[in-house]
Every structure is written in C-alpha cells, then in structure tokens.
Design a protein around this ligand. Structure first.
Ligand code: ADP
Ligand code: TRP
Length: 332
C-alpha cells in the first residue's frame, strides 16, 4: 500500500473551504492508503506564537480533524512536535540544502517581502523541514494545493541528493496528489476570490461556529439587484451562492433557484435562507462532534498518544537506517 503524508498548519478554526478543498480528500484517502496526517506545530514557530496560542490552536485542529471523521485507527493522526525523529532528520538534511536554492523558493521570497523584520533561519529552511516530514515516512503521495508544488519539487531534490551522495536508492520521489484534476475552489461570502481565513470574518463559514453566526453571514452575503433579462449570465457573487449550494443542497433545490434566476423571479432572500438551512443540516453534527471532542481531554490525549506512537514507529525506523547510511556507527 502506498504511503501518504500531509501536514496541516495549526492556524485556527477550519472553514468549509478547508473541508471541501482538503479534508474531504483526507477522509477518502485514509481508507485507500497508509496515511500520515499531522499538525505542523514546529512549522508554525516561524511566526512566534505564544505558548497558550500554540497549544490552543493545536488542540482545536486535533479536535476538528477527529470530529470531521479522520479515524485514528485507520490513519495516523499525529502532532509533529511529538516526533523527535523529525528535528533530527531535519538537521541532517539541512547539510545538503543550499542557501541559494532556499532563497529562490517562492514562499520564502513572499515572506521576506511581507515580513521583512522576521526573516529567520527557520523560514529559510521551511522547505527542508517539509521535506523531512515527507521523507521520514518515505511517502509516495502528498495531497496538497497548488501553492505547495514547489516545496514538493524541493523535497524530491533533497531526497535524490541524499540518495546520490550516499549512493543508495533510499528515499522515493513523492508526488502531489488530488482525486480530481480540477482542484476544488470554495468561494467566499464577500464575492471576491476563494474562501479564506485571511478574507476577514464575514468571508468564511467555520465548521465550529453556531447556527446564528453562520446564518447571519449567509444572509449578509453580497448579491446584485437581480436579473433583468431571462437566462442572463450570473455575476460572480450570485454564482458564488450557487456554488456554495452545490456543496450542501439537493439537486432539485438548486435547479429550482436556477430556473427562478433564469426567468427573473428569483428572490435572493429565499435562496440565502435555503442555503443557511442546508448548511446547518450539514454542519450541525460536525459542530456537535467538535464541541464533544474539545470537552473530552481523554479523547484528545488518547488520539495524540496513539498518533505519536504510530508516527514514531515509522520515523524511528527511517532514522535508524539513515544514521547507518550516513555512517554514524556505534562504538559501544
Ligand atoms: P486559508 O487560506 O484559509 O488560510 P490554508 O492556507 O490553511 O487556508 O489551507 C489549508 C488547506 O485548505 C489547503 O489544502 C488549501 O488548499 C485548502 N483550502 C483553503 N481554502 C480553500 C478554498 N476556499 N477552497 C478550496 N480549498 C481551500
Ligand atoms: N507547508 C504546508 C502548508 O503550508 C504544510 C506542511 C508542512 C505540509 N509539512 C508538510 C504539507 C508535509 C504536506 C506535507 O500548508
């Protein structure tokens, strides 16, 4: 069975864009591959979170991933900092990563531009840490978005360079993975671009938020004055509402609103009410499970412990072999 690795940055609550764009793939993959999903808390140190913020974010992401249906007996769900083998392999791989190639990474250049006062070494070697995450489980497939493609290419470079340096065929080449060739893009509520945490509070529907908050956001979503001619092209903000409906509403419901749009009888208020209702039907069980998981320290502790054990088993095997290949041999 092929091995899959993907990291989830602990950056606050999950929204439905994260769910349909990323997590939904994980839910399916866990039954088809040997999966390692982890919370990338070491990666998040590049922005210096406070200890309390760091812990709360990791806790939230862990609870949410369990609540949406990652099965800790099927996949390995772990917290990166629970696996000390990762920083060790990262140290070794850093010796074969060159300053020039790290400086040329698009994500690094972007961070230098946006945060010129925090250009730390961890930021420069972020791709090495990500390569370590992948190589330590000798993964074949990595489900990530387009923005991570360059990091995956660097992972292959670092893995191949290690193989060449020590004349071994040890690390496999990991490839980006998605179930569909067309990546899912969930639009935001503000009418511009994809749903995103950084799009402001009105833009995203969070899995953990209550019905009143989500309904209010949907009812306030931008629309236009309504169609004036039959079969008119929908403006982006109206198309967005239809796209959101496609995620949670029944086909015939969508078709009814589509016909109403096309014969100019649509009432956006009714459509939003329906969307809010269907969204709530979808979100209610998830929200309840998130709340349960967050309340239940034992569930979280057991999940983290099991994940750490399984991840360390795989990671320590790799590390033992890597130490052997490098030439760290015991004198005692
Ligand atoms: P955000 O943009 O809200 O900060 P992240 O960058 O943390 O989200 O993304 C986490 C995962 O969710 C990535 O795999 C990303 O591709 C996916 N994702 C984020 N927003 C969307 C969206 N609106 N539609 C589809 N997938 C998304
Ligand atoms: N860099 C990824 C992001 O920003 C998160 C990540 C860290 C990751 N390590 C990984 C993703 C390993 C896939 C595999 O979203």
């Amino acid at each position: 069975m092929e091995t899959v690795v993907s990291g989830i940055r602990p950056t606050g609550k999950l929204h439905i864009g994260n769910y349909f764009g990323a997590v939904a793939n994980f839910l399916k993959m866990q039954y088809e591959y040997n999966c390692y999903f982890f919370i990338a808390d070491i990666h998040s140190l590049t922005t210096h979170p406070t200890p309390a913020d760091l812990h709360n974010s990791v806790r939230q992401v862990l609870a949410e991933n369990i609540a949406v249906g990652l099965d800790i007996d099927k996949c390995t769900l772990f917290i990166q900092s629970d696996v000390p083998e990762i920083p060790e392999l990262y140290t070794y791989l850093n010796m074969n990563a060159y300053k020039g190639e790290l400086e040329r990474a698009a994500s690094f250049k972007e961070k230098v531009r946006s945060n010129p006062d925090n250009v730390n070494a961890g930021l420069l070697t972020y791709p090495v840490l990500m390569a370590t995450d992948i190589l330590i489980h000798k993964a074949h497939k990595v489900p990530v978005g387009k923005d991570q493609e360059q990091h995956l290419e660097m992972t292959r470079t670092f893995g191949n360079r290690f193989n060449r340096l020590y004349n071994v065929e040890y690390f496999p080449e990991a490839q980006a993975f998605s179930y569909s060739d067309k990546l899912v893009k969930v639009p935001g509520l503000t009418g511009v671009g994809k749903m995103s945490k950084s799009g402001g509070d009105a833009d995203a529907i969070f899995l953990a938020d209550d019905e009143a908050v989500n309904t209010k956001k949907i009812m306030r979503a931008k629309t236009d004055a309504g169609p004036t001619q039959p079969n008119q092209k929908k403006p982006d903000e109206v198309q967005n509402l239809f796209d959101l409906m496609k995620l949670v509403s029944a086909m015939d419901v969508i078709e009814n609103f589509d016909s109403a749009y096309n014969n100019c009888s649509i009432r956006y208020g009714d459509m939003k009410k329906q969307l809010a209702y269907d969204m709530e039907v979808f979100l209610k069980p998830i929200r309840e499970k998130i709340a349960d998981a967050l309340k239940n320290e034992t569930v979280l502790a057991q999940a983290a412990k099991l994940g750490a054990e399984k991840a360390r088993e795989s990671a320590s095997k790799t590390l033992k072999e890597v130490r052997e290949i490098i030439g760290f041999r015991k004198f005692y």
